[in-house]
Design a protein around this ligand. Sequence first.
Ligand code: B1N
Length: 841
Amino acid sequence: SGKEKWPRGDEKTWKDAIRGPDTDTTSITKSVVNHVQTSLARQAYNLDTSGAYQAAALSVRDNLILNWNDTQLQYTRKAPKRAYYLSLEFLMGRTLDNAMLNLGLKDNYKESVDKLGFNMEDLLEQERDAALGNGGLGRLAACYLDSSASQELPVWGYGLRYRYGIFQQLISPEGQQLEAPDPWLEMQNPWELPRLDVNYEIRFYGQAERLNDGTPRAHWTGGQEVLAVAYDVMIPGCYTKSTNNLRLWESKPKRGFDLNSFNAGNYEGAVGESNSAFAITSVLYPNDQTTFGKELRLKQQYFWTAASLADMIRRFKNLGKPITDIPDYIAIQLNDTHPTLVIPELMRILVDEEDLDWDVAWKITTNTVFYTNHTVLPEALEKWPVPLMEHLLPRHMQIIFDINMYALSHFLQTVERKFPNDRDRLARMSLIEEGYPQQVRMAHLACIGSKKVNGVAELHSDLVRTTILKDFVELEGISKFSNVTNGITPRRWLDQCNPELSALISKTLKVDKSVWLKDLDRLEGLLPFTEDAAFREEWAAVKQHNKERLAAHVKATLGLDINTHAMFDVQIKRLHEYKRQTLNILGVIHRYITLKAMSPEERKKVNPRVVFFAGKAAPGYYIAKITIRLIVNVANIINVDPDTKDLLSLYFLPDYSVSLAEILIPTSDISQHISTAGTEASGTSNMKFCLNGGLLVGTVDGANIEIAESVGEENVFFFGHLTPAVEDLRHEHRYHPVPLEQKCPALARVFEKISSGAFGDAGVYEPLLATIRTGDYYLITEDFDSYIQALAMVDEAYLDRTEWVKKSIRTTARMGKFSSDRCIMEYADSYWNIEPCPVGK
Ligand code: B1N
């Protein structure tokens, strides 16, 4: 806007020199070659594929930076309310392809790279995944950033810049998972902008002394101070200039080494202190859905929330508004309880530094913060020992006790009135769980400190309301507790991972992808084409090509041959007992036994099937690691059995990642989402498979339910007990155990096979089998028969290939609801109260 003056110099000189984006092939080529010569300091004749990737990435990055600058300037000028998505995990995957597609420049870059003598596919393969997450929670954060930018919403992400992302998984020939570090920053990372000038000092330990001057204030002094330094990752929107920011913090010592210690001869102590500062952001914790009360993890959480909040407040203060206006300019979304410390940290700033009354500070806080719960599994609910919290964050521990007093006891008085003498209720609701030691219940703190609380699928949000936060619903009213069903970005999870299908859709709908990728309900336009035989053939051909692409990849990386004319059956996710990869592998063994018992004549009628598994087990998760072992050893046997190998084969693909998912998902005929009912909060890969025309085999759990509602129950294969039955069944198991042979003879035969040593030393698997034989917390024995039946129905349905392809088309066509654009609009409208802030308007 014309109001601003050029800061210095001659306006025309500036304007002539300022460059625009490189969009046509000629300027793209120039920019790529320029980066080869200057940024990479290489001669053109000396360029390899890795260098070509770097140069192309730097050229794309230039374009992103220009858009990023314009977007951020626009935000500064318009000063809209902003939302901040706080997540300890951002599972971004690769960036180059996504960036080119969102910029609408992929074809031009491809042409340019071609002319320079390189192949775009090879270049893309050079990039390492940014794997700063464990699974669904981290990938959801990445999808939400893509949607926020695509919807032109002023949303920033805040996270940690781990030097090591999720470990690399190696599988030994015996099927053991081995973990290797993921030094993803060893190569230059063109996608981040170091902001060494944006930094904050973060305090740990020390003393907190209340002033006791009639105010709630305290002084927090001493301890260790660590520097948080910002690295910015640009998040391009799809077909828009809007380019948002993901700010990742790196920890480092406040001032190099402590010179005093040096001079006192304490070299080790000085280096130790500096190492402990670097250690904070050194590694992502690889435990999905379990917490271990580790001090370093709590340090990560505070380091990140304190730096992020300091950054938000500095930005807010630049607006010159009264501090009480914070909720009008800032919305903070907590991605699970990991960033819950923002609540006491914001209270500390408002009370101790801004000198506000407690009640005023509490009102600001509870109007600014929003909390998303992602799990109801008891072992995943965060609790921190009070002594640890007191030691590391003495002031925050005081504040949490005060919140418990003021906010809760205020509540608790209401409770007293509403439910007199209900001592159990008081103990249940307290922020502090009694015991040795006492523990802080982070979900309770997140709940009472937030304006709204949501779960991630209808069923899950119901469970949040009726189980873990039931008492709070009774107290605060139901309207605070709602649902935002998860979604996925169709940019990465259709256009990027399945370009042929994307092209077929655009051609069929006669709509440019720039339209339907941002309005996914448009896919419904495919429905009439289910009756078009030529279209169905094209649809099936795309699936076939995707299978071949995967087979080529597996051949190149693992040296294995895959039968691409089989049905592809895929289960890819973290290894977890509740996700029941065991049910799947036991089902595979059952199938193998059944095939072996058939005559050659009977076998001829069987449709070939290839089963894929991929996923990592937390390094300390013993049972999950045995499950991998069983899968690998079953594969070793059945893949070479001449009787069956053409009809059934099995692959455990090592080192599952976002990039591997992008190759696997478009190949599936069916995918498995078979958690014990009530345990999988949502699931998001279920959505990715269905969007790509794979049918779903699953339990009545998480988002499976809503997917079935959308695509039609006739197009999914449901099985198993429902959520309300689960508790009763577990109770039955405990108090009226029935021997496996009696309860589920088919499964007993599978167990016998394993115990006979058919898949190697049976002793290895015994601890896994024992969890099922005794206790069976995840109800394998209860669901096995109906699982086998569901797979039989899959086989039967697959016989009618025409009808199958129709199901596939209908599934894709009805997945519009699951675009993460819809989720982000819901958060923007019903939670954050923010509006689009487009560039140049
Ligand atoms: O979050 C996803 C859901 O789709 C999945 O169903 C859910 O299991 C997943 C602690 C978690 N819940 N909890 C976690 C991850 C890491 C950690 O340290 C908990 N992940 C989920 C997205 O909503």
